[in-house]
Design a protein around this ligand. Structure first.
Ligand code: 5GP
Length: 177
């Protein structure tokens, strides 16, 4: 029995994830024809999504990583975001696609868009695997979206619970007794 069987229910299985990622990859391939695309993956949550998405894009993309952490007052994010790992290359004149695991309140993405915008890129677009609109506190423009989900705490495929469960090959929900 796999280690997660006791505590996690499947929400989006692997074939469904991969089918949607193939569609997003095809759409991004069409939209960035003739452009030099830089994918900025947000650590750690987006790493699995970023690598699968990049493989589904039929263009010579550049991959960069950025790490951010938000301060939490209890279970709610306070909206204060800190860069824990910064980009190592200048973004001036680049076509950036920010790749995120989930947009929940939207505060992290709002911070990222302001921060990246200040580096004078040619363009910035947003791609998120999941969106939880029920908890949105700010409206962020989402250009590419995998799935809209209900207000449940999800794990797997990069998303963690206390730094664990990121390596599940699907998106799941923690079972509460
Ligand atoms: P936001 O700033 O949009 O509220 O939150 C974004 C970040 O919060 C995500 O990148 C992710 O790290 C974390 N987060 C939000 N919702 C969930 C969830 O349901 N599960 C997990 N594991 N992390 C979440």
């Amino acid at each position: 029995m796999p280690f997660y069987d006791r505590d996690v229910d499947v929400m989006i299985d692997s074939p469904k994830l991969q089918a949607r990622i193939a569609e997003l990859g095809a759409q991004i391939t069409r939209d960035y024809q003739g452009k030099d695309l830089t994918i900025v993956g947000i650590m750690k949550g987006s790493i699995f999504f970023m690598t699968d998405l990049a493989k589904a894009i039929d263009l010579p993309v550049t991959l960069e990583l950025m790490g951010v952490s938000s301060y939490h007052g209890g279970t709610e994010t306070t909206g204060e975001v800190r860069i824990s790992f910064d980009l190592t290359k200048p973004m001036h004149g680049k076509h950036i696609l920010v790749v995120e695991d989930i947009i929940d309140t939207g505060l992290t993405m709002q911070f990222l868009l302001e921060n990246l915008g200040a580096r004078h890129p040619a363009s910035v677009k947003v791609c998120t695997l999941l969106e939880k609109p029920a908890r949105a506190k700010t409206k962020v423009p989402i250009d590419y979206k995998g799935f809209v989900i209900e207000d449940k705490f999800v794990v797997g495929y990069g998303l963690d619970y206390g730094e664990k469960y990121r390596n599940l090959p699907f998106i799941g929900v923690m079972r509460t007794e």
